[in-house]
Every structure is written in structure tokens, then in C-alpha cells.
Design a protein around this ligand. Structure first.
Ligand SMILES: NC(=O)c1ccc[n+]([C@@H]2O[C@H](COP(=O)([O-])OP(=O)(O)OC[C@H]3O[C@@H](n4cnc5c(N)ncnc54)[C@H](O)[C@@H]3O)[C@@H](O)[C@H]2O)c1
Length: 227
């Protein structure tokens, strides 16, 4: 199996945790590029987690255009996810993206279109994060119970296995999907559904009505008739 060459886009706070996850998966993947508008952040990750051998870009479009990059890991602020996903999909890169997917269902629909058109592999972080946490008690890397019951997440679980770093588990899963063709446990549809559900919940509270969620996760919730 060939090593997956990864470029991290956005080298801020959470990217440090991702870099640890990629490093822990070093037998299968290599960080070959970083892109951040702040050069010191690229340098920090490169020196500490990639042996100083990765390329550093200030414009993430240059990282996406780099033919040595197979996959991108998007750790940008929320409002920049959509454009980065669409650009990376257009370049045929496999994509792992931080939560939330994006900031509007209109943007989710744009992402949906780009992913369908290009057929690239796409996975988000948050859904798998909770699933892994539920199975392994990995939240905070220690003994934990999972309280989230939203959207079919796992039953509360008590740690029985040795704690693992959440992002190491999520990145291992991403590698299983990209390299071994495993089923993606955090696909676009689930990320969009979480966004749809969150926005529906806000609308329900603001308007004081029950909101029905359409089956298509990029369509907004609609106030329920007769309730
Ligand atoms: N899964 C989790 O547990 C978890 C935890 C924290 C954050 N997050 C998510 O990760 C994302 C990033 O959060 P963070 O806390 O790392 O933020 P951050 O501000 O620490 O990092 C974002 C980085 O993006 C860089 N950046 C901004 N605009 C850019 C651009 N146009 N081109 C290149 N780089 C640019 C910034 O310089 C910064 O280094 C957010 O969407 C957040 O929701 C997820």
C-alpha cells in the first residue's frame, strides 16, 4: 500500500491535534504540506510533526495544486470550509474536513454538488469522533461516559479499552476509507444532517414551533403544520 501524502490546510489550534493523529498513523501516511496565512504556524507544525521536510504555503490553493498532495485535511475556520472543500474536490483530492461542515445549508448544497460531480472521498470529523468515543471512551483520552444522544449517536459507554487519541482514531478511519475502501462512517450526508438538525433546533426555539426535517439533509427544516 502506498503512503497517503497529506496537506493540512489551516495550521492553528486543532491542526496541532490532527498533526499528532497523522504522526501516529505514520506507517500509512505522511504530512507533506501545510498551508496557513501565518507562516509561523506552518513552521511550527512542520518542525514539530513533519521533521521540517514538508512544504509550507501561505495560499492554500497552492497546496491544493501541489501534485505531491493526495489528500487534504481542512482545519480552517468554519466560514472557509466550503470554498476549500470545493477547490480540493475540483483538484481530485481526498478530503477530511473539520466540523462543522459549513455555515449554511446553501453552502452544504454547493458542497454536495461538488462532491457528486467529482466523486472524491470526503469525510468529516465530528460524527466519527462521537462514535469512536462512544465505543472506546476516548473523549478527553480518559475514562468517560458519552451523554450525547442526538442523531443516533451511541448509547452512553464506559471505558473498557485503553484510551486512544480521538484524532488518531478518526484519521485511522479516514485512511481505512481512502486506502482500503472501508465504509465512511462520517460522510457528507451525516455532516449535512447535523447542520440541518442544529439549524432546525435554533429555528424551533426562535419561532416556538415544531420543525420537520426533510429527508434531503441540505434542505432547511420547515415549520410543521397542525402541531
Ligand atoms: N473536532 C473538534 O473537536 C474541534 C475542536 C476545535 C476546533 N474544531 C474546528 O476546527 C476548525 C479550526 O478551529 P481552530 O480552533 O483550529 O481555529 P484556529 O483559529 O486556531 O486555526 C485556524 C487557522 O486557519 C488559519 N487561516 C485563517 N484563514 C486562512 C486562509 N484563508 N488560508 C489559510 N489559513 C487560514 C489561521 O491563521 C489559523 O492558524 C473550526 O472549524 C473548528 O470548529 C474542531
Amino acid at each position: 500500500m502506498s503512503t497517503l501524502k497529506v496537506g493540512i490546510i489551516g495550521a492553528g489550534g486543532i491542526a496541532v491535534q490532527h498533526a499528532m493523529g497523522w504522526r501516529d498513523n505514520g506507517a500509512r501516511a505522511q504530512m507533506v504540506a501545510f498551508a496557513d496565512v501565518t507562516p509561523e504556524r506552518n513552521q511550527y507544525l512542520n518542525q514539530n510533526y513533519a521533521g521540517g521536510k514538508a512544504k509550507e504555503y501561505s495560499d492554500y490553493h497552492d497546496l491544493i495544486a501541489d501534485p505531491n498532495v493526495d489528500a487534504v485535511d481542512i482545519c480552517l475556520p468554519h466560514h472557509l470550509h466550503t470554498d476549500a472543500i470545493i477547490a480540493a474536490a475540483g483538484a481530485g483530492k481526498s478530503i477530511l474536513c473539520e466540523k462543522p461542515l459549513c455555515t449554511s445549508l446553501a453552502d452544504a448544497a454547493r458542497i454536495d454538488g461538488a462532491l457528486k460531480e467529482t466523486g472524491v472521498t470526503f469525510s468529516t470529523v465530528n460524527a466519527w469522533h462521537f462514535e469512536v468515543s462512544g465505543e472506546l471512551g476516548a473523549i478527553a483520552g480518559g475514562r468517560s461516559k458519552l451523554a450525547h444522544q442526538l442523531h443516533g449517536w451511541a448509547e452512553p459507554a464506559v471505558l473498557e479499552n485503553a484510551p486512544i487519541h480521538s484524532f488518531t482514531a478518526e484519521i485511522t478511519h479516514f485512511l481505512d476509507v481512502v486506502q482500503d475502501g472501508a465504509e465512511c462512517r462520517a460522510p457528507f450526508s451525516q455532516a449535512a444532517r447535523v447542520l440541518q438538525l442544529t439549524m432546525g433546533a435554533y429555528a424551533a426555539v426562535q419561532k416556538g414551533v415544531v420543525i420537520d426535517l426533510p429527508e434531503n439533509p441540505v434542505e432547511p427544516g420547515v415549520p410543521s403544520k397542525g402541531k
